[in-house]
Design a protein around this ligand. Structure first.
Ligand code: SAM
Ligand code: TMP
Ligand code: ZN
Length: 408
């Protein structure tokens, strides 16, 4: 494991602004019958004083996080299915109009986006290191390579399949500490006028909503338009478009091209201005964020302690990777939240990482509603609250903590 106080991108000095202490791997659900000892690492986040990139200080080896049995299956959300269908259609209508066009997606998971590209008959390839989800995609007829995307993989793909008009990654590029190798890979693979498009949680939304649970081992970088523009330039590319997305609590879709290949859209300048006005990369803003995190922790603990004192039953909903940071940082275990309901079969019957809250099925939740449910999957609030409207009808109340702690 490497630990650094130099920016992973530009080599500038980085300043820590929050330390969550020792944290487990956010997707390492625990076998209740024992098994391998849990792996902990130091979760601390810092900002580069030069290029402003926000990044973790400690890098967990990728093979520990992205394993054969990686439990996150993207297709578990119908809202995300719609989002990725629309994304694929957008590419098919623009960059992929030529019948021979080629798209490569890294972090393709269970094929949630590539399914539409495949059905449209376009050349595509998913690059996905986790065997379980890669096989789920392959079972749908999608072309997948079970590997990590990096320079060598990209060069092999370019040699076998030729240049790609689009290289795409959703909720994946920010997971990869070794961006230098990824950019060299994109350079090897991208057609001269091709685009590298990626979407990831937006640091401005994280600050605005105090959504500190977005910070965990897999989320290595926290992008802003300013830091992505600097990063792209550092590797010989250019940020040419940005689009704000509402999914996963607020993300930005960045479009990067070879330097000079495309004219940057006005949205880039507009977002840079907005970020400047909101002072999101200033030290005092990060200090206020740190204070707001501790307020959420204290408020949430107070609500849960009160429920316990009153003898109310409390469960949670959505065994998200994010909730590992929430529960472990706030000291929330089964004594405060008796179980967490989640639709993912690979998580059910296991215990949440570090905090050891049992994961049960949504059917068990519906069979005997608790008095309160903490919405761990707050980024899927609309979908889950609609699906579980019986809970509120039965008198149940949701406890939410983003952007602040509230019982609704
Ligand atoms: N793209 C999907 C989505 O947005 O729902 C999946 C996102 S999931 C949070 C991150 C995915 O990136 C995982 O499936 C993981 O295995 C994959 N991943 C991590 N590092 C990678 C790398 N170097 N190359 C390709 N995929 C990678
Ligand atoms: P995510 O925030 O990383 O997308 O994880 C969401 C988790 O919530 C994932 O484990 C699946 C679960 N989930 C449900 O149990 N029911 C649902 O309706 C949705 C949308 C997600
Ligand atoms: Zn830097």
């Amino acid at each position: 494991m490497s630990d650094t106080s130099e920016c992973r991108i530009c080599g500038g000095a980085v300043h820590e602004f929050f330390d969550f202490g020792r944290q487990p791997l956010a997707d390492a659900f625990v076998d209740p019958d024992g098994g391998a000892e849990e792996f902990f690492h130091r979760l601390a986040v810092a900002q580069c004083e030069s290029c402003t990139m926000v990044q973790l200080l400690e890098d967990v080896p990728r093979e520990r996080m992205f394993r054969t049995d990686y439990p996150y299956h993207s297709s578990g959300s119908t809202v995300m299915q719609q989002h990725f269908r629309a994304t694929a259609r957008h590419f098919l209508d623009t960059e992929l109009r030529d019948p021979d066009a080629f798209l490569v997606e890294f972090g393709s998971n269970d094929g949630i986006m590539l399914d539409t590209v495949h059905r449209a008959g376009r050349r595509h390839l998913g690059v996905e290191p986790c065997k379980g989800v890669a096989e789920a995609a392959a079972a749908k007829g999608i072309r997948v390579r079970n590997a990590f995307f990096e320079e060598s993989t990209a060069a092999e793909i370019a040699a076998a399949d030729g240049p790609a008009q689009v290289v795409y990654a959703a909720n994946t590029f920010s997971h990869i500490s070794y961006v230098d190798s990824v950019f060299r890979g994109v350079d090897a693979l991208l057609a001269p006028n091709g685009v590298f498009v990626f979407e990831d949680p937006y640091m401005a939304d994280i600050i605005e909503q105090t959504s500190f649970d977005q910070i965990y081992d897999e989320h290595f970088y926290f992008f802003t338009v300013r830091s992505v523009q600097a990063m792209a330039a550092h590797y010989g590319f250019e940020l040419v478009d940005v689009e704000h997305l509402t999914v996963h609590g607020g993300e930005i879709r960045y479009t990067v091209a070879r330097r000079g290949a495309r004219t940057p859209s006005p949205a880039v300048g507009l977002f840079l201005e907005r970020e400047k006005a909101a002072r999101i990369t200033e030290r005092d803003t990060l200090a206020r964020f740190a204070a707001a995190v501790d307020k959420v922790r204290d408020d949430l603990r107070a609500v849960l302690e009160r429920c316990k004192a009153e003898g109310a039953t409390v469960a949670a909903y959505g065994a998200t990777a994010k909730s590992a940071t929430l529960t472990n940082y706030c000291g929330i275990g089964p004594e405060l939240v008796s179980y967490v309901a989640d639709s993912t079969p690979a998580k059910q019957g296991r215990l949440s990482p570090g905090s050891h809250i049992p994961v049960r099925s949504p059917e068990e939740f519906a069979a005997d509603y608790p008095d309160y449910a903490v919405l761990f999957a707050w980024n899927h609030a609309e979908e889950i609250m609609a699906k579980e409207e019986g809970f509120r009808r039965a008198g149940g109340r949701w406890i939410v903590y983003v952007p602040e702690v509230k019982v609704v």
